[in-house]
Design a binder for this molecule. Structure first.
Ligand SMILES: [Zn+2]
Length: 267
């Protein structure tokens, strides 16, 4: 399913968890994020990419290595892979590949490719690292907190911000990495909005937006959430119940987040 299409940007949305794959066509390349989830969806993305690729080079940015974000990797083995150093040197790659196999097995899903852990060609080691591809410049930031291995990407001159699993409109922050890292990463996101003329925000789950007020509101909510999290949060929980359609499913994550934050702040 295509969630957003305008000019050279197409965003696919999976039926599962509103997970997105952004495809950006430039003069010399096609740049994509996290192809996912279901076989028919990955197949559709693959066909679309093939239809526009011609002699251009395909780049895939893996925003982080949660298994749902690399589930389509095996279908795009000719791509140049961009990801963080922590992604590239992740110690338990086989575990993530196995999670993908288990996901398929439990649902009787067959694919026309084998699951792989992507081999990284362009390793992002520091903030503001740049990659120029013809007239396009990608600027990367390390974004730990949700996981340890995230990256943000800004695509210029289009003003596209690819935030991975941060700043979603359908999820509050999921902190499986570190609370302090998460706080710093959100500060980095704010700086990114200040520094670049962001015209389009594509979150890893949720809706793509061109609306500046919506981008601000996503940022403000994350800041508010992180600030409130270590405190007593009956109000916060009630607010989220209203705000997020799928909150009941996620409420356990909120309780875990709180433990993580409190534990870190005690130190
Ligand atoms: Zn995710």
């Amino acid at each position: 399913m295509i969630q957003y299409q305008k000019k050279n940007v197409t965003v696919f949305q999976s039926s599962l968890y509103m997970t997105t794959s952004a495809v950006i066509e430039t003069d010399e390349a096609v740049i994509m994020t996290d192809p996912n989830w279901l076989p028919v969806e990955v197949d559709g993305i693959q066909k679309y990419v093939e239809s526009i690729l011609g002699s251009k080079q395909l780049y895939i940015i893996y925003t982080h290595n949660d298994y749902d974000h690399i589930i389509g990797a095996g279908a795009f083995q000719n791509a140049i892979v961009i990801a963080s150093e922590a992604f590239a040197h992740y110690p338990d790659k086989e575990k993530i590949v196995q999670q993908n196999r288990d996901f398929d097995e439990a649902r009787y899903l067959e694919r026309n490719y084998e699951h792989i852990y992507p081999k990284v060609d362009v390793v992002v080691t520091h903030d503001e690292q740049k990659l120029e591809i013809g007239e396009v410049t990608l600027t990367f930031y390390l974004s730990p907190g949700h996981t340890d291995d995230g990256i943000f990407t800004v695509v210029e001159p289009y003003g596209v911000f690819l935030s991975g699993d941060y700043l979603s409109d359908v999820e509050f922050p999921f902190i499986t990495g570190s609370y302090r890292d998460y706080v710093r990463t959100i500060q980095k996101a704010e700086m990114t909005f200040d520094r670049f003329d962001i015209q389009l925000h594509v979150p890893g789950h949720g809706r793509t937006t061109e609306d500046e007020r919506e981008m601000d509101s996503r940022l403000d909510f994350s800041k508010h959430y992180l600030e409130q999290l270590p405190k007593e949060d009956d109000g916060l929980k009630a607010h989220m119940q209203e705000k997020f359609t799928f909150f009941n499913f996620m409420s356990g994550v909120h309780d875990d987040n709180k433990k993580v934050a409190q534990r870190e702040l005690e130190k």
